[in-house]
Design a protein around this ligand. Structure first.
Ligand code: 5RP
Length: 225
């Protein structure tokens, strides 16, 4: 069974008429947007805020009405994927390069629900390289500063060896730590470096995680209050 689809569609059960919904990015969030599109077709009245140009395109195809931060000052719920989810429900995000918009939208949301297949649920963060969005200007200097945190770094590239450019015109530096012992501390330290726009650690932001399993099971994990 498609574990990503199971998780994504389960999360859509949270969405009610009249809500403003943050629309995540990636192959799991894809199923969320698809399901919301179906529901809109059947009369659900929502407005979406996409977290990337690719999700914006998909939402338009699905006829989901879209708005921006200039239209509202409140997002009811955001549903998005993740690259790693720890046992404390902290995340690594940005595998698709959309981490900055994803974090802005999640932070502005009353409820942040993460959907993933079972492979993303880990004990501690760090096996997945941490994506850090950095400005093209001075990226070599920014990279050197980040390497002081004892990680292996790589500027994300496209097939033709061109740098991957985010929706915001920046680079992604993928940083391999192996193990991130203190995500909160690392998050703060990274964001203090000039040239770092944002990093893919989402610490203490999640309200609920929905994990889909290949055997069709679905598990819902709520943040401990
Ligand atoms: C994009 C993200 C995605 O949510 C993350 O990469 C998970 O993607 P997928 O659901 O395709 O595995 O953070 O920037």
């Amino acid at each position: 069974m498609n574990a990503k689809k199971i998780a994504g569609e389960k999360a859509v059960e949270h969405v009610r008429d009249g809500m403003v919904v943050g629309l995540g990015t990636g192959s799991t969030a894809f199923w969320v947007v698809r399901k919301l599109g179906e529901k809109v077709k059947n009369g659900l009245n929502i407005k979406g805020i996409p977290t990337s140009k690719s999700t914006q395109k998909l939402a338009i195809e699905m006829n989901i009405p879209l708005i921006t931060f200039s239209d509202v000052n409140h997002i009811d719920i955001t549903i998005d994927g993740a690259d790693e989810i720890s046992s404390t429900l902290d995340l690594i995000k940005g595998g698709g390069g959309a981490l900055l918009r994803e974090k802005i939208v999640a932070f502005a949301s009353e409820k942040f629900v993460v959907v993933a297949d079972e492979s993303k649920y880990v004990k501690e963060l760090g096996s997945f390289s941490l994506p850090v969005e950095i400005t093209p200007f001075g990226f070599e200097a920014t990279k050197r500063e980040i390497q002081k945190f004892k990680c292996l770094t790589k500027i994300r590239k496209l097939e033709k060896n061109e740098p991957f450019i985010t929706d915001n015109g920046n680079y992604i530096l993928d940083c391999y730590f192996e193990l991130i012992e203190d995500p909160s501390h690392l998050h703060t330290q990274l964001n203090m470096i000039p040239g770092v726009v944002e990093n893919g650690l989402f610490v203490n932001m999640v309200d609920q995680v929905i994990i889909g399993y290949n055997d069709g099971e679905v598990k819902v994990l709520d943040k401990l209050e």
